[in-house]
Structure formats: structure tokens, C-alpha cells
Design a protein around this ligand. Structure first.
Ligand SMILES: *Cc1c(COP(=O)(O)O)cnc(C)c1O
Ligand SMILES: [Zn+2]
Length: 460
């Protein structure tokens, strides 16, 4: 790679309170404003320096890094200047995250949904969800702070609907055990067996609690406020930095052409949609993309406070009902105030939100996976949301569509099984369709029998 194409340490990051605007040292472990308790965002006070490089030049730099073999340039830190320019390459922890593929829908799935679209498969991250993007930035930063401040006895902690804990446990397990340990809090019985196996396998201390995610979140917030722990939920704005890479990659994979683009994202705690909006804003302000995309947020009608806010102008936290999109089953999204601000300032005419039923989510997942994809229930939620938004005329029918499948099919195989067995509890409200079910048949190990069962014609 030629000179000037490898990132160097630059910029100056501060925490900025989204409420009162006060700024704080990025090296402090704080997650809300000590003055007014509002959320913090991270601002590069030297962002304008980046504007000295024309958009076309930035595109060339990012494309050159894409073609390189330098490990740190293969993950989210390809966009170092836009993520964490204050840390040197040697502090980056790269475990294979980011740069996930986009897959074109075939004609059958396109016509079922109402348009051809691209599925960006964030299930192909190391812990099988997009959470690895933010964990790569949060843990790289932690690694950096531990080195420069010579810290030890660091305890990383998070509450989780399953995937944050998998990602946190994985990335923390890479750091020296002599200095760092990992604790995750999960709502008992509300994460899948696969998700529970992940932090256990990575060696984290797993604490199961009664209640739902919102209850776990309240406990870690209290712990983070009163004790010396490092909070790894998306309330930690360093997570948001890495998650912005989803937007950068979409733009790069579309050859930086965001004209008439709609990006469809499931919303839970609203960290992902916050990061995606912020990512596109960065690119737009640097002249790297010509226009901001339309963002379509999707929620289950069992947990849709953001959709209700968009419809009524009124935000009220809600009590959730069971959802197969369990990773997004959140009634009081922590990052809602950020979404509100981003929408008001940048996306007022280009942010839509829609809710879908539990049955629609399952059909979205099963239909996608019957046509070459490996999407999770939240990916199914995105597919269902796109289909419904097109049918209802909520969004324009033309242009390019990118659907975020936030994790891997296999993490949510238990919901697929419940569907096939018609075994959902009544409160999901799911009526299954026989044509989408699939079950193994048991036959004797006998070719003739199997051929007869399949109705095969014998060769002449
Ligand atoms: C966390 C998660 C979501 C929700 O993302 P938020 O940032 O909480 O809105 C959606 N899908 C999957 C698979 C997740 O793990
Ligand atoms: Zn404040």
C-alpha cells in the first residue's frame, strides 16, 4: 500500500453530553453525563480536518485498504479515521469482524417481498452477530487504555439479550487474564441455548436473572454508576463507533452510490440504528457519498416503542410481550434519545418505522432461508418490514434496498423448531403455515425403500 494510505494516529475525541452539551475526557470510564444524566456521544473535535481530503480521495484510500492484506485493514478499522483515530494500529484487536457479504435475492424471494434487495449478512461475524463490530472498537479502546494507563483488575460487564454477551465474552477473552475478566448478565430463559453457550465457552462469568432485558439493563447501569466496572452495552458510546462500520461497508459495497438507497434495520435497544445513521452522516459530511439513504426501522408489534413514537410523536416505554425477534425485545430502548436527535437533525424526511407481527417475522425468516439466505429472526423481521412497508406504500418502491440480517440463523434455530412443531406459547400469537414447515422422516437404510418413498424413476 502506498504512503498515506495506512492510518496514523490523529484526531481528538471527547465525550459530549447529548443533553447539556458538556464535554468529558474520553479516558474516563463514564457512560452518562455526571451533570444531567443524559447519554454521551463521542465527538471528534478535529473532524473538520478530515474535510481537507476530498471525498474522491477518501474513496480511493478505503478502496486501497480493502485490497490490502494488512489484518487491521480487513475489519472495522479500515475506517480508522472515522472510528477511533486516537489509537495506534498496534492496539487494535481484530478477531475477523466486519466486511460481511451482501447477497442478492433471487427472483422468487424478490417477488414475494415486492422488490429485489440485498441482504447484508452480519451473522457472518466471529460471534455470529453485528455486536462484534462495536465490541471490536470497545475492546480495542480498552486494550489501549489498559496499556497507556497501566491498569489491571479490569472487569468488563454487560446486560444482554444474548448477542452482546457473546461478543463481549469473546473479545474480552482475547485480553490477558491477569488484567481483565468478563461478567455478563442475562435474563433467565430469555436467550437461546446457542447464545448461552457462547459466553460460557469464552470463559466469562454468566449471571442469570429473573425478568427481561430491561431489568438486567437497570442492574448493570446501577453497577456501572456505583462500582469500578467497564460497561460494554451500547450505552458505552465507544461501541457505537465500531457499529458505524456497517454504514461504511454498505456504501463501499455499493461503490459509494447511495442514490435512492433504503437500508432496513431491526430496532431493539436502538444502538445499531443510531450507529448506522451516524455512519452515513460521517460519509455524507466528508463528501464520500452523494446523499443520505432512507432508513426503515422495524420492530415486532410486541416491542415497538420506536414505531409508536414515530406514529404519535409520543415516546412511552412499554412492557414487552414475547417475541421471536428476542434480541430486539426491548420496551425502553436506551438509545432512543439519540435516535430522536438524529432524526430531527438529519433524517426527518428519510426515517420510517414499521411494526410487524410475530407470524410475519417467522415467515420473513423462513422464506428468506428457503431462498439461499441464513438470516435470524431479526433478519426475518427486517425482511417482513420491507415487504409490509412496500405493500402499504410507506416507502418508495424503486431504488436499491439493503436489509440488515443482524445475526446468524443458527443462533435462533429454536424458534424455527417451535414453528415446525407448532409449539409456540399462545402469547406469541403465531398461526403457522404448513407449507413452511419441515421435518425429518425416518426411513430404513435401504436404497429401494428410499427410492420408493421419493417416487424415483428407475434408470433404463
Ligand atoms: C442486539 C441485536 C439487535 C438489536 O440491536 P439494537 O442495537 O439493540 O437496536 C437486533 N438483532 C440482533 C441479532 C441483535 O443481537
Ligand atoms: Zn449533560
Amino acid at each position: 500500500m502506498s504512503d498515506g494510505y495506512l492510518p496514523e494516529m490523529s484526531g481528538s475525541l471527547v465525550y459530549t453530553c447529548i443533553g447539556c452539551g458538556l464535554q468529558y475526557d474520553i479516558y474516563d470510564f463514564i457512560y452518562t453525563c455526571p451533570e444531567c444524566k443524559a447519554l454521551l456521544t463521542i465527538e471528534n473535535t478535529r473532524f473538520d480536518d478530515l474535510k481537507n481530503i476530498p471525498g474522491q480521495k477518501w474513496r480511493e484510500i478505503f478502496d486501497a485498504r480493502k485490497a490490502s492484506n494488512i489484518l487491521e485493514m480487513l475489519g472495522v478499522f479500515r475506517f480508522h479515521e472515522l472510528i477511533l483515530p486516537i489509537i495506534p494500529l498496534e492496539d487494535i484487536i481484530y478477531l475477523g469482524e466486519g466486511q460481511t457479504p451482501i447477497v442478492k435475492t433471487n427472483s422468487e424471494l424478490s417477488s414475494w417481498v415486492g422488490t429485489p434487495f440485498l441482504v447484508k449478512n452480519d451473522g457472518l461475524n466471529p460471534s455470529a452477530s453485528f455486536k462484534d463490530r462495536g465490541m471490536a472498537s470497545a475492546i480495542s479502546f480498552l486494550n489501549h487504555v489498559i496499556r497507556v494507563k497501566n491498569l489491571d483488575s479490569v472487569l468488563g460487564i454487560c446486560a444482554s439479550t444474548g448477542d452482546t454477551s457473546a461478543a463481549a465474552a469473546l473479545y474480552l477473552s482475547y485480553l490477558p487474564k491477569s488484567k481483565v475478566s468478563a461478567v455478563v448478565l442475562l435474563p433467565k430463559g430469555k436467550v437461546t441455548a446457542q447464545q448461552l453457550s457462547q459466553p460460557l465457552g469464552s470463559g466469562a462469568q454468566v449471571i442469570e436473572m429473573p425478568g427481561v432485558f430491561d431489568d438486567c439493563m437497570r442492574i448493570v447501569e446501577e453497577l456501572a454508576q456505583d462500582y469500578h466496572v467497564v460497561l460494554l452495552n451500547s450505552k458505552n458510546p465507544v461501541r457505537i463507533l465500531g457499529q458505524k462500520s456497517y454504514a461504511y461497508e454498505v456504501a463501499q459495497q455499493l461503490f459509494w452510490d447511495t442514490e435512492d438507497l433504503t437500508v432496513v434495520v431491526p430496532i431493539g435497544n436502538a444502538g445499531n440504528i443510531t450507529a448506522i445513521m451516524e455512519g452515513f452522516i460521517d460519509l455524507y459530511e466528508l463528501g464520500i457519498i452523494p446523499v443520505l439513504p432512507v432508513i426503515l426501522g422495524v420492530q415486532s408489534h410486541h416491542a415497538d416503542p420506536v414505531v409508536r413514537w414515530r406514529k404519535t410523536g409520543q415516546f412511552t416505554p412499554m412492557k414487552v410481550s414475547p417475541s421471536v425477534a428476542q434480541a430486539a425485545m426491548i420496551g425502553d430502548p436506551v438509545s432512543y434519545p439519540k435516535v430522536k436527535k438524529l432524526v430531527e437533525q438529519h433524517f426527518e424526511d428519510r426515517f420510517y418505522a414499521i411494526s410487524v407481527t410475530e407470524g410475519e417475522i417467522m415467515e420473513g425468516m423462513l422464506m428468506a432461508n428457503r431462498h439461499g439466505h441464513v438470516v435470524c429472526t431479526q433478519g426475518g423481521e427486517s425482511v417482513a418490514g420491507l415487504k409490509k412497508a412496500l405493500a402499504e406504500g410507506l416507502i418508495r418502491k424503486t431504488g436499491q434496498f439493503v436489509v440488515d440480517s443482524t445475526s446468524h440463523q443458527l443462533k435462533f434455530a429454536s424458534f424455527q423448531q417451535l414453528y415446525f412443531d407448532d409449539a409456540f406459547e399462545a402469547d406469541y400469537g403465531i398461526t403457522t403455515r404448513d407449507d413452511l414447515k419441515n421435518k425429518p422422516v425416518s426411513l430404513d437404510a435401504n436404497a429401494e425403500n428410499i427410492a420408493a418413498y421419493l417416487g424415483l424413476k428407475k434408470r433404463a
